[in-house]
Ligand binder design. Structure first.
Ligand code: ADP
Length: 355
C-alpha cells in the first residue's frame, strides 16, 4: 500500500494549531514529512504556549492520519515551534496570555491555586511568570520561600526566579506584617509598575494573583493590558459561593472574561482510613458554574502536604503531592484546552496568496 504526499498534506491542513487556531500547514508547523509506501512520518511544530496539549495533539494527529489513510504506519513527533509574543500596548509586554486568579474572599486557597497553575504550566513546558498583585495579603514570596527581590538592573525590577518561574510580588516592596491601605490611584500606579517596570522577558503566561473581592486592581489591570481572562477560586459551601458569584460579577463588570471556576478544598480523604469527608460540602462550584454558563476547571481536595508546602516555601513541589497532583494538572489542562477551543472557534484568517 502506498499513499500520496499531497493527500497527506491536504489532510494535515485541517488540523488547527492549539495556540493560534489556524491551520498547521498554513503556519508551517509540519516538518520533515515523509511518505514512503504506507509509512507516514512527520514532526509537528507546536509552541510552548500549548505545552499542556502537546501529547494530546500529537495523538490526535496520528489517529486522524491512521483513520484517513487506512493501513498506514504513522509516526508523529513534536518539535518546538517558535512564535514570539506580540508586544502589547503601552507596557510593551511580550506576554501571550495574562490570566488573573481571583476569589470573593480570602482564605479559599486563591494564592495556592494561582501558584499551582503557574508551576503546572512551567512543568508542562511553558514560559511563565507569577505576579502577586494581592496588595492586602501578598503571600507568593512566602509560598516560594522568596525572601527578597533581586537588585534592579538598568532601572528595571528583576523578578525572583524559582521553580522555573519568574515571580514578582507586592510583598517584596511592603513588609508582610504591614496591611497595605492603598487607594485606587496608588494601586493603579503599582500595577502599572509591575507590568511595565519588571523585566519579565518573553512569557507564554503571566498568572496574576489578585486581591480578594475588590475591583480596583481588576480595573487597573484591564485598563493597562489586554487580559485573557480570569479564573475564580472558591470553596464548596453556599456562603463561599455567594462571594464567588460577586467576584465573577466584578470581573464581568470590568469586561474581563471568566475562563473558569475552581473548587478548592473540595473534600478530604483521611490518610488513616482512606475515608472521604466532604468537609465544606462538595460540588457547589460545579453546579454554580453550570448555572452561570461558565467553564468549570476542576476540584482540588484538602491535602495537608499542600498546606505544609505553602508554609515551608515549597509550593514548587505541589505536583509531588500524590493525591492532589492529578487535580492540579487537570486545572492547567482544562484552562489551556478552553483557550485553545476559543481560538479554534474564531473565524479563520484569510489565506495570504503568494504573488
Ligand atoms: P487565599 O489566597 O485565598 O487567601 P491561600 O492560598 O493563602 O488562600 O490559602 C490559605 C491557606 O489554606 C494556606 O495555609 C494554604 O496552604 C491552605 N490551602 C489552600 N488550599 C489548600 C488545599 N487544597 N489543601 C490544604 N491546604 C490548602
Amino acid at each position: 500500500m502506498s499513499f500520496d504526499r499531497a493527500a497527506v498534506l491536504a489532510a494535515l491542513a485541517n488540523v488547527k494549531d492549539p495556540e493560534s487556531g489556524r491551520s498547521i500547514t498554513q503556519l508551517e508547523q509540519v516538518h520533515d514529512l515523509q511518505v514512503n509506501g504506507s509509512d507516514i512520518t512527520l514532526k509537528l511544530g507546536l509552541t510552548t504556549h500549548s505545552a499542556p496539549l502537546w501529547d494530546e495533539t500529537r495523538e490526535e494527529v496520528a489517529a486522524m492520519l491512521k483513520q484517513t489513510f487506512s493501513g498506514s504506519n504513522v509516526t508523529v513527533t513534536i518539535a518546538p515551534h517558535q512564535r514570539p509574543a506580540v508586544p502589547a500596548g503601552a507596557t510593551g509586554l511580550a506576554i501571550k496570555s495574562i490570566i488573573a486568579v481571583g476569589s470573593g474572599k480570602g482564605g479559599v486557597g486563591k494564592s495556592t491555586i494561582a501558584a499551582s497553575l503557574a508551576v503546572g504550566l512551567v512543568r508542562a513546558g511553558a514560559k511563565v511568570g507569577l505576579m502577586d498583585a494581592d496588595v492586602y495579603g501578598p503571600s507568593v514570596p512566602h509560598l516560594f520561600g522568596a525572601k527578597a527581590m533581586p537588585e534592579p538592573v538598568g532601572g528595571r525590577l528583576q523578578p525572583f526566579e524559582t521553580a522555573g518561574l519568574k515571580l514578582m510580588s507586592m510583598g517584596f516592596l511592603v513588609p508582610a506584617s504591614e496591611a497595605v491601605v492603598w487607594r485606587g490611584p496608588m494601586l493603579h500606579k503599582a500595577i502599572q509598575q509591575f507590568l511595565g517596570g519588571v523585566n519579565w522577558g518573553e512569557l507564554d503566561y503571566l498568572i496574576v494573583d489578585m486581591p480578594p473581592g475588590t475591583g480596583d486592581v481588576a480595573l487597573s489591570l484591564s485598563q493597562s493590558v489586554p487580559l485573557t481572562g480570569a479564573v475564580v477560586v472558591c470553596t464548596p459551601q453556599d456562603v463561599a459561593l455567594i462571594d464567588a458569584v460577586k467576584a465573577i460579577t466584578m470581573f464581568k463588570k470590568v469586561n474581563i472574561p471568566i475562563l473558569g471556576i475552581v473548587e478548592n478544598m473540595s473534600y478530604f480523604v483521611c490518610p488513616d482510613n482512606g475515608k472521604r469527608y466532604d468537609i465544606f460540602g462538595h460540588g457547589g462550584a460545579q453546579r454554580k458554574a453550570q448555572e452561570l454558563g461558565t467553564p468549570f476547571l476542576g476540584e482540588v481536595p484538602i491535602n495537608i502536604q499542600l498546606r505544609i508546602n505553602g508554609d515551608e516555601g515549597r509550593t514548587g513541589e505541589n505536583y509531588n503531592v500524590v493525591d492532589s497532583a492529578p487535580y492540579l494538572s487537570q486545572l492547567c489542562y482544562r484552562l489551556v484546552k478552553n483557550l485553545s477551543e476559543q481560538h479554534k472557534a474564531k473565524p479563520p484568517l484569510p489565506t495570504l496568496s503568494i504573488l
